[in-house]
Design a protein around this ligand. Structure first.
Ligand code: NAD
Length: 502
C-alpha cells in the first residue's frame, strides 16, 4: 500500500550532513587530489530523486596517477615490506575505525543506495568490522610448504625446496552498487592482507561510503598510496583495467561487464577474478510448512529489494503445495509497507536509480507481453523516488526472458514441479550458477539434491547467509574465483617454488 509519509527522511547524524556538503576529490597517494579535468557525476537519493552530492568522474590521467601511486607504494616496501603482524595491526585499526563511524556510514549508505537503514546498520556496515578482523587475522596466516625433491635431481645431489606466497602487486578493485562499501571491502581487505596495494573504483551510482572509507584507512595508519580511491564511470573502470601497471583485476558486477573485463585482461594475462550475476533458484519440497516457505521466499527474493546477486528470483514449488504457496506469498508481498530506507519501519524501499527502476519495470512488461501472469505488484507506487512494487509472476515458461535474465529487483517467478528430476532440471536450466536454496526437512532429499545443484553456494532451509569463513563465488557465468576464506587471500598472490642445492 502507498504511504502518506514524506518521500525521504533527513539523516540524523550530523557527520552525514557535513560529509554531503563537502567538495569531493580523488584519494591518491595518501591525500585528496583535484581530478585532472572538471567532470562531475551526480549522486542521487533514490527515495526522492534529489541530487545529494557530486563526485569527480576520473579520466585516464587520474587513473594513471592512482595506479602509479599504488605501484610506488608497492615497490617502496612501505606496505609489502612491513612484517605481516604490523600489517595485521593496521588493518585491525582500520576495522576499529569503521566500527567507530558505523552510524555515519550506515546513514550515508542508505541515503545513497536507497536500502533500509536496518540492512545498512546490521549487514553492510554492521557486518564489516567482523569481516575485516577475520581477513586482517589471515595476514599472518599465509604460508608455503616444504617439499621433497627427488625426481629429476642430479644423482647424489641433495635439495631442499619450499614454496612461498608473494603479493601480486597493484590490484584494480571495481565494485557494484548493491552493497557498495561491503563489496568494496571484500576486495580491498584480502588484497591488502596479502601485501598488495589497491586502486578502488566504486560504482558511479554509489560512491559515497567508499570515499569515507579511504579516509578512514589513512587515519588507521595505512601508508600513503597503499589504498587509492577514484570515482568514475565505466570508462574510468576500463582505463583502470587497461593500465599496464595493474597486476590483478578483482571485479564484482554484471556478467556482461565481467565478460568485457575478461576480454580486456586476457591480452596481458592479467590475473582476474569475477563475481558476477545470478538467476538463482529456490526449491520448496512438499514437506515444508507454507509459512516457512513464504518466509524463505521473502528473505531470498526481496531482501535489499531483490538487488542481491545471490537472490532467489526463481521459486520452484512442489505441485502439491503450489496453489497455497502462491496465495500466501501474494498476500505477504501485498502487505509489505513501502517507504524510504531512512524509515526503519518501511519494508520495501526504492531501487538504486531511475535507470534501474526503468530496467526492472521493463523486464516485468516483457514478461507480461510474453504471456506470464503478474499476480502481485508489477507497477510503480504513486510517490516520488525510484520505487517498484514487489512483484510475483506465475506461468513463466523456462524460455521466457523473465526466467533466464537477471532482473536484480523485487521480482520473483513461481513455478510448480512434479518430481525431483523436474525440479533439478528447472533449477539448473540457467547459464549462471551463483547460489541455490533447498527447503525441506527430509535429510535424504538434502543429500540427493545438494551435489546435483549447479551453484557455488547451496543453502538448506535458508538463503542469503554469508560468512567470511565460507567461500563465495559462482559456477558457470556467475564468475571465476572465490571471495572469503584463506583462498581469497591466495588469489592476490603468486606461488613461488624455491629449490636450493645443498
Ligand atoms: P555493472 O557491471 O554495471 O558495474 C559494476 C562496476 O563496473 C561499476 O563500478 C562500473 O562503473 C564498472 N564498469 C562498467 N563497465 C566497465 C568496464 N567496461 N570496465 C571496467 N569497469 C566497468 O554492475 P552493477 O549494475 O553496478 O551491479 C549489479 C550487478 O552486480 C548484478 O549483475 C549483480 O548480480 C552483480 N553482483 C554480483 C555479486 C557477486 O558476488 N557475484 C555481488 C553483487 C553484485
Amino acid at each position: 500500500m502507498d504511504q502518506a509519509q514524506p518521500a525521504s527522511l533527513t539523516p540524523t547524524d550530523p557527520r552525514v550532513t557535513a560529509f554531503l556538503a563537502r567538495r569531493h576529490q580523488l584519494f591518491i597517494g595518501g591525500a585528496w587530489r583535484e581530478p585532472a579535468a572538471v567532470a562531475l557525476l551526480d549522486v542521487h537519493d533514490p527515495a526522492t530523486g534529489e541530487v545529494i552530492a557530486r563526485v569527480p568522474c576520473a579520466n585516464a590521467q587520474d587513473v594513471d596517477a592512482a595506479v602509479k601511486a599504488a605501484a610506488e607504494a608497492f615497490t617502496n616496501g612501505a606496505w609489502t615490506g612491513l612484517p605481516p603482524a604490523e600489517r595485521e595491526r593496521i588493518l585491525l585499526r582500520f576495522a576499529d575505525a569503521v566500527e567507530a563511524n558505523a552510524e555515519e556510514l550506515a546513514q550515508l549508505e542508505t541515503l545513497n543506495q536507497g536500502k533500509s537503514i536496518n540492512i545498512a546498520r546490521h549487514v553492510d556496515i554492521g557486518g564489516a568490522p567482523a569481516y575485516m578482523r577475520y581477513i586482517a587475522g589471515l595476514t599472518t596466516k599465509l604460508t608455503g610448504e616444504t617439499l621433497d625433491v627427488s625426481i629429476g635431481a642430479i644423482p647424489g645431489a641433495k635439495f631442499t625446496a619450499y614454496t612461498r606466497r608473494e603479493p601480486l602487486g597493484v590490484v584494480a578493485a571495481i565494485a557494484p552498487w548493491n552493497f557498495p562499501m561491503m563489496i568494496g571491502l571484500w576486495k580491498i581487505m584480502p588484497a591488502l592482507a596479502a601485501g598488495c596495494t589497491v586502486v578502488l573504483k566504486p560504482s558511479e551510482v554509489t560512491p559515497l561510503t567508499s570515499l569515507r572509507l579511504a579516509e578512514l584507512a589513512a587515519e588507521a595508519g595505512l601508508p600513503a598510496g597503499v589504498l587509492n580511491l577514484i570515482t568514475g564511470d565505466g570508462a574510468t573502470g576500463r582505463a583502470l583495467v587497461d593500465h599496464p601497471l595493474v597486476s590483478k583485476v578483482t571485479f564484482t558486477g554484471s556478467t556482461e561487464t565481467g565478460k568485457a573485463i575478461a576480454l580486456a585482461t586476457a591480452g596481458r594475462l592479467v590475473r582476474t577474478s569475477l563475481e558476477l550475476g545470478g538467476k538463482n533458484p529456490a526449491i520448496f519440497l512438499k514437506d515444508v510448512p507454507i509459512d516457512q516457505a513464504v518466509g524463505g521466499a521473502l528473505l531470498g527474493g526481496f531482501f535489499n529489494n531483490g538487488q542481491v546477486c545471490a537472490a532467489s528470483s526463481r521459486l520452484y514449488v512442489a505441485r502439491e503445495t503450489y496453489g497455497a504457496f502462491v496465495e500466501a506469498l501474494v498476500a505477504a508481498v501485498d502487505g509489505l509497507s513501502i517507504g524510504p530506507g531512512m524509515d526503519a519501519s518501511a519494508q520495501v524501499n526504492p531501487v538504486v536509480s531511475a535507470a534501474h527502476r526503468d530496467k526492472v519495470i521493463g523486464s516485468i512488461e516483457t514478461a507480461r507481453r510474453d504471456g506470464a501472469r503478474i499476480v502481485a505488484g508489477g507497477d510503480l507506487p504513486n510517490r516520488p523516488g525510484y520505487y517498484v512494487r514487489p512483484t510475483v509472476i506465475v506461468d513463466a515458461g523456462p524460455d521466457l526472458a523473465i526466467s533466464r535474465q537477471e532482473v536484480f529487483g523485487p521480482v520473483v517467478t513461481v513455478t510448480a514441479f512434479d518430481d525431483e528430476a523436474e525440479a533439478l532440471r528447472l533449477a539448473n536450466d540457467t547459464s549462471m550458477g551463483l547460489t541455490a536454496s533447498l527447503w525441506t526437512n527430509d535429510l535424504k532429499k538434502v543429500l540427493d539434491y545438494v551435489p546435483r545443484l549447479q551453484a557455488g553456494t547451496v543453502w538448506v532451509n535458508s538463503h542469503n547467509v554469508l560468512d567470511p569463513n565460507m567461500p563465495f563465488g559462482g559456477f558457470k557465468e556467475s564468475g571465476i574465483g572465490r571471495d572469503f576464506g584463506l583462498a581469497s587471500l591466495e588469489g592476490y598472490t603468486e606461488l613461488k617454488s624455491v629449490c636450493m642445492a645443498h
